[in-house]
Design a protein around this ligand. Structure first.
Ligand code: PAF
Length: 291
């Protein structure tokens, strides 16, 4: 007789999570799962005995006026995507299970520190507090050995790593490369908000990053100019274009760096980033420094 895998088990309470067997890998999500999420799950699958995907649209990381209510909720489709990646358990808690003592003013939260108020944090000042608080609570509920996140939300990934180090949470945090559409657009649950014209224009964001990466040998100013040039030609006015060190501090002018872009294209804000090498890859200096 052949074994029939009939999809992940759906659990909704902390008590059910206590029964998880062996080592545990967690992929935290807000649902509306796409191929990028499936890649995260496939990456996580061999890392532990039990693979858990959490699906929870976290109210505390949305500010007033943001898209919390409209955020796509596609639970039945999400279960099918989880089955594709051989997920054992889908943890789909209610707000009361995630925040048993409430989540309003006066509750305990995780302070993201200075990195939480730059880049995305400058545009969405309460966002990372909400993200870190819910991720810490998910870690407390699921108690994973390893947790897998996408590099598309590069600042989020960096902050989660810092939180785990600072609070000694004992979870191995694994980052996975961004999964892209055929024209390079980074996959995101919010891409479905793009109308056909904006969807075409959105491809200028990864193109701008390509241009920035290609300008790396000419140094930081050339990288930034190349990115701005491509975005401007597509009529996109970015919220920011930033060049940082790989850990989101100041870049040193040469060597490995990270290039990050955020821009509203039609309804959604698109985020993307790439690794970039500044200066001569063989000498590790910019042309002006090396001259
Ligand atoms: O990246 C996301 O989907 C969310 O920010 C996360 C990490 C699941 C926390 O709600």
């Amino acid at each position: 007789m052949t074994d029939v895998f009939d999809g992940p088990r759906v659990v909704r309470t902390a008590a059910e999570l206590r029964a998880l067997a062996g080592s545990v890998a967690l992929v935290p999500t807000m649902g509306a799962l796409h191929d990028g999420h499936v890649q995260l799950m496939k990456h996580a699958r061999p890392l532990a005995d039990t693979l858990v995907v959490s699906i929870f649209v976290n109210p505390t990381q949305f500010a007033e006026g943001e898209d919390f209510t409209e955020y796509p909720r596609t639970f039945e489709d999400d279960l099918a995507r989880c089955a594709e990646a051989d997920v054992d358990v889908v943890f789909a808690p209610t707000v009361d299970v995630m925040y048993p003592s409430g989540h309003g003013a006066g509750q305990v939260t995780v302070d993201p520190g200075p990195l939480g108020s730059v880049l995305e944090g400058a545009v969405r000042p309460t966002h990372f507090r909400g993200v870190l608080t819910v991720v810490a609570a998910l870690f407390g509920l699921v108690r994973p050995d390893v947790a897998v996140f996408g590099e598309k939300d590069y600042q989020q990934l960096g902050l989660i790593r810092r939180m785990v180090d600072t609070l000694c949470l004992g979870v191995e945090v694994v980052g996975c490369p961004t999964v892209r559409e055929a024209d390079g657009l980074a996959m995101s649950s919010r891409n479905r908000y793009l109308g056909p014209e904006d969807r075409q224009r959105a491809a200028a964001v990864p193109r701008a990053l390509d241009a920035g990466v290609a300008a790396g040998p000419q140094g930081a100013d050339a990288v930034l100019a190349a990115v701005h040039g491509v975005l401007a030609a597509a009529g996109i006015d970015p919220d920011y274009v930033a060049l940082t060190s790989p850990d989101l501090g100041e870049h040193g002018g040469s060597g490995e760096a990270r290039l990050l872009v955020a821009a509203r294209v039609g309804a959604p804000r698109l985020l993307d980033n790439r690794a970039v090498h500044l200066g001569d890859p063989t000498s590790g200096t910019t042309p002006s420094e090396g001259a």
